[in-house]
Design a binder for this molecule. Structure first.
Ligand code: SAH
Length: 469
């Protein structure tokens, strides 16, 4: 038999919880949140229940269950660990036409308490009619991750202006479009950005327009996808992927991450084109503009963090100049991720006072670097795009006085199943990298901390030239 879902207004109503342990405590807490007048019946109250009784937040009915406890209550939850007592509660409640729930016993329950995702005033409740509460909980975790916390304030805002919206948009289809715009457009974005005042202003301005929210508003989110392992994506990144109409992604972004995006989102690889050459940056700009102006929600998905050697800065400035709304979701950058997955603490207090993020790529970048500064001891260097430049890099550091036995770790495919960590001493770096055919993407860490990988590398393969280090 199916269940009839309902959300009960229990404010000010007496309810009964039978049991004095931790399960009863959780039930009582939820009932208190709903504003009910909670009575808890048990020989003894444990933990917080005892304190709440002392504070007068709940009423303690002392002793073994008595049917008289049910006098005047609207519903009851039996949460003792004695099945006979629970059954008696259920039977007595039934005789008095009081809704009863017996924890973990759907056969005895007249109602079940669903798994809940709380974005008050928005509440999402999941039930399997008691068939598989664990599955309901799994689903709850999934939705919990997907649903933005700003949804609560957005719904509260919509609630405040509901009469005005209904008055201004009597036509149901138009009103629906307005609510879509509220959720997909700038109002929700402002809520996410913790600007509720501005969000309200935008809503009110839209209501004053001749045709509110007729044109969908396009926007761009610059999203960091992290180093490759899908678990290292942020919740915010996942939410952006779930809402995207178009995803413009780099080649570095792993297929597992793209698979997490909304199924019917259009995916465009702007990392490489037919002949293996990179998409020119101007073309990426052009695509961003074209899709956003057509009213689409665009995700510009980049490996690692968008602002660390990712050209996210240029894209952001371009968007601002063209009046396109944007947000930025940071990602775990390769240096942080590779160090963690190689067991290297980048600023371990015994070995390093600072860490520098550098790139060995780009027009004459190696020529313009401050080598004497980079050669100083007690700092960690994290070098991006280093694979092609290892000879020059090593020669320059050694020439400026960095010790030849300074440890390095070269991390190839960090956080991915095929990760390799090559360990050795600086003077050996180019030769070892050649010998093991290290390829891109790889991140180079130079400094005493790199030696931590020898004992602490916990992921992938460690290649260590003991003779050299
Ligand atoms: N925005 C990115 C960096 C882009 S530059 C970030 O924040 O991580 C590309 C370089 O990043 C690669 O050449 C490599 O040096 C490094 N890189 C990115 N992902 C990596 C990975 N999974 N393992 C090792 N290095 C990686």
């Amino acid at each position: 038999m199916g269940r009839y879902p309902l959300f009960a207004d229990l404010s000010g109503l007496p309810v009964l919880v039978v049991g004095g342990g931790s399960v009863a405590e959780r039930k009582a807490a939820a009932l208190l949140d709903a504003g009910a007048r909670v009575r808890v019946g048990a020989p003894q109250l444990h933990h917080a229940l005892a304190q709440w009784a002392a504070e007068g937040r709940i009423e303690h009915l002392e002793g073994e269950f008595r049917p008289a406890w049910l006098e005047g209550v609207w519903l009851v939850i039996a949460a003792t660990d004695d099945r006979a007592v629970n059954a008696e509660v259920a039977v007595c409640a039934g005789a008095r036409r009081i809704f009863a729930n017996v924890v973990d016993d759907p056969g005895l329950s007249r109602f079940q308490v669903p798994a809940v995702i709380d974005r008050a005033p928005l509440t999402i409740a999941i039930s399997t009619a008691g068939a598989a509460p664990v599955l309901a909980r799994r689903l709850r975790e999934k939705l919990e991750a997907e649903l933005d916390h700003a949804l609560g304030p957005l719904v509260a805002l919509a609630q405040r202006h509901r009469p005005a919206i209904a008055h201004r948009l009597p036509d149901l289809a138009a009103r629906r479009r307005f609510y879509d715009w509220l959720h997909d457009g700038p109002v929700m974005a402002l809520m996410r950005n913790a600007q509720p005042g501005r969000a309200e202003q935008v809503l009110l301005e839209a209501l004053r327009e001749p045709a509110p929210a007729r044109v969908p508003t396009g926007s761009v989110v610059l999203v960091g996808a992290g180093p490759g392992a899908p678990g290292l994506l942020t919740l915010q990144a996942l939410r952006a992927l779930n809402e995207a109409d178009v995803i413009l992604h780099d080649q570095l972004v792993s297929p597992q991450i793209l698979a997490l995006a909304r199924r019917d989102a259009e995916r465009v690889d702007v990392g490489k084109r037919g002949g293996g050459t990179h998409t020119p940056q101007e073309h990426v700009h052009h695509l961003l503009l074209e899709h956003a102006q057509a009213g689409r929600r665009v995700v510009r998905l980049k490996g690692g963090d968008p602002f660390v050697f990712g050209r996210g800065g240029e894209e952001m400035e371009f968007l601002r100049k063209h009046g396109i709304a944007f947000e930025v979701v940071p990602g775990i950058t390769a240096a942080i991720a590779c160090a963690a997955y190689a067991g290297i603490a980048l600023t371990h207090r015994e070995h390093a006072q600072s860490v520098r993020l550098l790139t060995a790529h780009g027009k004459g970048s190696l020529d313009t670097m401050d080598w004497p500064a980079l050669a100083q001891d007690s700092q960690t260097l994290a070098v991006y795009m280093a694979v092609g430049q290892l000879e020059t890099l090593t020669a320059n550091l050694l020439a400026c006085g960095r010790a030849a036995d300074t440890p390095f770790a070269l991390i190839e495919n960090g956080t991915r199943p095929q990760q390799r960590v090559l360990r050795g001493a600086l003077r050996q770096l180019p030769a070892l990298a050649r010998q093991h055919a290290i390829g891109a993407p790889a991140l180079l860490i130079i400094g005493k901390v790199a030696a931590m990988a020898d004992d602490n590398a916990w992921f992938g393969t460690l290649l260590h030239d003991r003779g050299a280090a």
